[in-house]
Design a protein around this ligand. Structure first.
Ligand SMILES: CC(C)(COP(=O)(O)OP(=O)(O)OC[C@H]1O[C@@H](n2cnc3c(N)ncnc32)[C@H](O)[C@@H]1OP(=O)(O)O)[C@@H](O)C(=O)NCCC(=O)NCCS
Length: 377
């Protein structure tokens, strides 16, 4: 059986940074405006006053220091508190496809591939800009790729789940060269007016090229030793936005139509799931966590990654999230949904040597966990 490799990755980084200080200032101004507007109800005890957010809490609870966003002014406008995007005519490339094409071109250049070498495009992300036509088909056309394209969504695990589909497509011969793109415009699903979560997300897009080793010519190739996916239903991360909202006569501005989570429960339930998943996956390949040179973990919370890494390789005193074994990118990018573990892989693999093992692992809503075990060629 031929070896399947990841032969290139690409990253689109949005143009604007929002620091925690800027974010908190905007939130606190919004809270003050709300409290002034509802002063009577608050005084009468029929409404609870909004509480200020603060930078120290955000950094201690999550490890996030800033995030990149596609549009900043709307997010920081206390009378709006969400990005300002303009509607585009159907003839113009859509925003999601545009950032996907940028990341895809970089991944193809890294893999020494031309767009026409690609015969499958998987657009995998936590949110899709529209119902149809599939984003992947627009991206395929904008690039000049052949074959087929489809969209898939497994929330924060979309990228690893798509990598498994890409590997299987190449293995089965239904495609020769698959492009996986993860355009995560999370600024549009985040509830920037909710103190419990306003700091969590950032925008980005990642891209990965997957092909057989025989066709790969890139200088930086990673053999896929195995992929493993798992899901278990939970309502603890949920967003009820959907195409039936209008028929249900529900409030389009309702709190449940953007990202919601029970952060504590997610933290407690997902950490053991992810650690056991990685350990089980490695065992099926006859490997142990101690043999792994690097873990490119999902980037939602520094503390979560710390627990996962301690469970996996706790005996080694140097095994800290954020150190060499499990690099963090969430301080700079925040939680970028499915793209986080791929950004970590993109930015932190240059020092590994041929034969070194690494694991990409995502975890998030669903719940969903996906792992990809790699060996540097
Ligand atoms: C979201 C998360 C950072 C919150 O951290 P936490 O330590 O669980 O914080 P809690 O929500 O329990 O809140 C702790 C306290 O801080 C307060 N707080 C919440 N947001 C705050 C803010 N922005 N500023 C100041 N205080 C805040 C809360 O009101 C609470 O106060 P209380 O103890 O008086 O009730 C954390 O739970 C997390 O990252 N969970 C996993 C998330 C995840 O991976 N999600 C996947 C998404 S794809």
């Amino acid at each position: 059986m031929s070896k399947i490799v990841i032969s290139g990755t690409g990253l689109y980084q949005p143009p604007h940074v929002v620091t925690n200080a800027e974010l908190v200032e905007a939130f606190n101004r919004y809270a003050d405006l709300q409290n002034a507007e509802h002063a009577e109800a608050i005084a009468a005890g029929t409404r609870t006053a909004m509480t200020h957010s603060n930078v120290e809490f955000i950094e201690k609870a999550s490890g996030i220091k800033q995030r990149y966003v596609i549009e900043k002014d709307g997010v920081l406008d206390p009378t709006r508190m969400y990005p300002r995007f303009s509607e585009r005519p159907d003839e113009q490339i859509s925003l999601m496809a545009e950032i996907a094409v940028d990341a895809a071109k970089k991944a193809l250049a890294a893999a020494h591939k031309k767009p026409e070498d690609v015969d499958a495009v998987l657009c995998a992300a936590a949110n899709m800009q529209r119902a149809y036509p599939a984003m992947a088909v627009e991206i395929q056309q904008a690039l000049g790729a052949g074959g087929y394209g489809f969209d898939m969504n497994v929330a924060c695990s979309s990228a690893t789940f798509a990598i498994e589909q890409a590997v299987n497509a190449v293995k089965s011969g239904s495609a020769n060269c698959v492009l996986v793109v993860n355009p995560e415009i999370t600024s549009a699903h985040l509830e920037w007016r909710d103190r419990d979560c306003h700091f969590i997300f950032g925008d980005v897009c990642t891209a990965v090229v997957i092909e057989r080793a025989e066709t790969a010519t890139s200088a930086d190739q990673w053999e896929v030793l195995g992929t493993k996916l798992a899901t278990q239903f939970s309502n603890n991360i949920r967003n009820n936005f959907g195409f039936m909202n209008r028929m249900e006569d529900s409030d389009p501005q309702g709190r449940d139509k953007t990202f919601m989570q029970e952060g504590r429960k997610v933290f407690k339930e997902v950490v053991p799931m992810a650690a056991a998943h990685i350990e089980g996956h490695l065992a099926t390949l006859g490997r142990t966590p101690a043999e792994v040179r690097r873990f490119w973990l999902h980037q939602a919370n520094q503390g979560m990654n710390q627990f996962v890494i301690k469970k996996l390789v706790g005996a080694e005193s140097s095994a800290e999230a954020g150190s060499d074994i499990a690099p963090l990118i969430l301080d700079e990018y925040a939680n970028t949904a499915s793209a986080g573990s791929i950004i970590a892989f993109h930015e932190h693999r240059g020092d590994l040597q041929p034969g070194d093992l690494g694991v990409i692992c995502s975890f998030g809503a669903g719940y969903s966990v996906g792992s990809v075990v790699l060996r540097k060629c």
